[in-house]
Design a protein around this ligand. Sequence first.
Ligand code: NI
Length: 197
Amino acid sequence: MNRIFPALFLALGLSLGLAACGGGATGQPPLAGARIGGPFTLTDQDGRQVRDGDFAGRYRIVYFGYTFCPDVCPTDMQKIGQALHLLDKQAPRTAAKLAPIFITVDPERDTPAAIKQFVNAFHPKIIGLTGAPATIAQVEKAYAVYAKKQPPGPGGGYMVDHVAIAYLMGPEGQPITTLPLEKDGAAIAAEIQRWVR
Ligand code: NI
């Protein structure tokens, strides 16, 4: 929900040397050495247990959101889906190395079935993960993701305030960079191609 937070977080928290414009991937990844990520055991959209280690050897796109999100999450996921479809066509070898992952910040409502319907709308390869609230909270912390359930509205429904960020992580789970969700699917695909070897 918040585009400013990641920028501040990145600028203040990590003191990065962001790669120069047009510099290619010759420099250090922006998130090299950042303490982001870590082991998890969650449940996928088919009800199977999934561990972070299951993605070993693949580059991961990790996005945190929730299926009831009225605006930002569906828009971001649509862009990620567009990027994946573009890569399928233009760079299938790169596409084959990717594991796109959606992790809910609303585990109380986001059942595997709800997540399955949501992720399938964007790209068939996207893995949607949920888990017990305490487990999800640990994963949010490991990924430095802010998310907070808001008080319910008149109808009883509630929103979850959360940072909208997509990490690109390497084959060993190391953070590489964030993807430019403020841009379009083509720009996101280009950023992925810049780092995936
Ligand atoms: Ni959202």
